[in-house]
Each structure stands twice: as C-alpha cells, then as structure tokens.
Write a protein that binds this ligand. Structure first.
Ligand code: DX5
Ligand code: ZN
Length: 225
C-alpha cells in the first residue's frame, strides 16, 4: 500500500498577525497537516517562530503539526517543541554532528522523527539514520524563506531517497516551491507529502489552492482523473 497523499500548508506564508485564524482556515480548507517552519537566524538567514507560538496554535487545530526545525543546535529545544504539541519534529542533517542522537531524542519524547537535508547535501547522509525516522524531507529550495523557485535537481534526489526508503514505513516529504503545476512531477518522483506555503496562501482561496495541489498529486498517483 502506498502511503497516503498529504498536503501540508506552510504557515510561514500566512498572516502572522492572525496566526490562529490562519491555522483554523487551512484546517477548514482541507489541509492534512500543518507545516510549521522554525528558523533561528543562525542555521538559516531568517527568524520565524518558537515553541511558545506552536503551543499557542495547538488548540486551533487537531491536525498533525509537522514542525520543521531550521535551527542549530536543535537538541536543547526538542523537548520544548514536543511539549508544545508537535506531532512530527524534523531536524536537519547539517544542524550538528549528532543527528542520530537528535532523532533518538525525538522518539524518546514520544514524537515522530523526521530528518531533512539541504539541496547541497547528498542522500548518503541519510543512510545511517534511516531506521530512526518516520519521515524524510527533501528540501527543494535553500531553507530560510518562502516564495522561492523549486530547484529541478530535487526531483532526481526525491527518486534516490524513494529508492533508499524501499518498503520502510517512512513518509517522503518535499518542501520549497511546490505548486499545483509541479506537484505531479514531485509525486511521480516518489514523494507523498507536499509542503506548500505561497501556493496555498496566495490569493486567499485556501480551499481551491489546496484542492488544486491535491488533484495534481492524485492524478499523478492514478487516484483521480
Ligand atoms: C523554507 C521553508 C518552506 C517554505 C515553503 O525554508 O522550509 O516550508 O516556507 O514555502 P513555499 O511553498 O512558498 O516555497
Ligand atoms: Zn519547511
């Protein structure tokens, strides 16, 4: 059985002045997960939100909170993000020398563990941690900002990760520049979780935007015409 197609809007592209309302809106618009981008101004050249914001948002949706940590070090903050109500916590392989320990720590906190890699990082960095993860995230932009263009080389990388994953129960997520126009290629390459910031929040029709991405992905999976 293939893993289900998941659409995960990134609230980085939402109106931060009304974050709770935005989370309720994407929930009502049919998102599967809520993707939360955490940036520290050190690992990436931008600062976004921290565990207190995740905690404040938690009562606004029962959907999976998919928390992408673009921070280094990450270990000192894992417990806070777990307690704040994250369901999946994803860390970068580039964030420190002990990603294996970080992933063990996330699972010890009772959360799903995700690992991700920047566009310049080879797939081989995943080989020695693959049995510790529930999710692998392939970055299709250099992390730090929403609204960037999808890097085409990510498609080949998604395919390589798909081959590495084999039959393991691991979600394969793609993040950065995903739109209804490229969702089919991303899914064909082997991804089942599509993160989209700009493509969901643009224009205000969240329901229509999510549906368009889902439809493109579902057609590519042979689940819709
Ligand atoms: C990039 C973030 C992404 C980004 C996605 O650092 O991890 O989640 O916000 O936004 P779009 O879909 O606009 O590229
Ligand atoms: Zn992200």
């Amino acid at each position: 059985m293939p893993r289900p197609l998941i659409i995960a809007p990134s609230i980085l592209a939402s109106d931060f002045a009304k974050l709770g309302e935005e989370v309720r809106a994407i929930d009502a618009a049919g998102c599967d997960w809520v993707h939360v981008d955490v940036m520290d101004g050190h690992f990436v050249p931008n600062i976004s939100i921290g565990p207190d914001v995740v905690k404040a948002l938690r009562p606004h949706s029962k959907k999976i909170f998919d928390v992408h940590l673009m921070i280094a070090p990450c270990d000192p903050y894992l417990e806070a993000f777990a307690k704040a109500g994250s369901d999946i916590i994803t860390v970068h392989v580039e964030a420190g020398p002990h990603v294996h320990r970080s992933l063990q720590a996330i699972r010890a906190l009772g959360k799903k563990a995700g690992v991700t890699l920047n566009p310049s990082t080879p797939v081989s960095t995943l080989e020695n941690v693959i049995d510790l993860v529930d999710l692998i995230l392939v970055m299709s932009v250099n992390p730090g900002f929403g609204g960037q263009a999808f890097i085409p080389a990510a498609l080949e990388k998604i395919g390589a990760v798909r081959a590495l994953v084999g039959g393991r129960p691991i979600d394969l997520e793609v993040d950065g520049g995903v739109t209804a126009d490229n969702a089919a290629k991303v899914v064909q390459a082997g991804a089942n979780v599509l993160v989209a910031g700009s493509a969901v929040f643009k224009g205000g029709d969240y329901k229509g935007n999510i549906a368009a991405i889902r439809q493109a992905g579902a057609v590519a999976r042979g689940e819709a015409a």
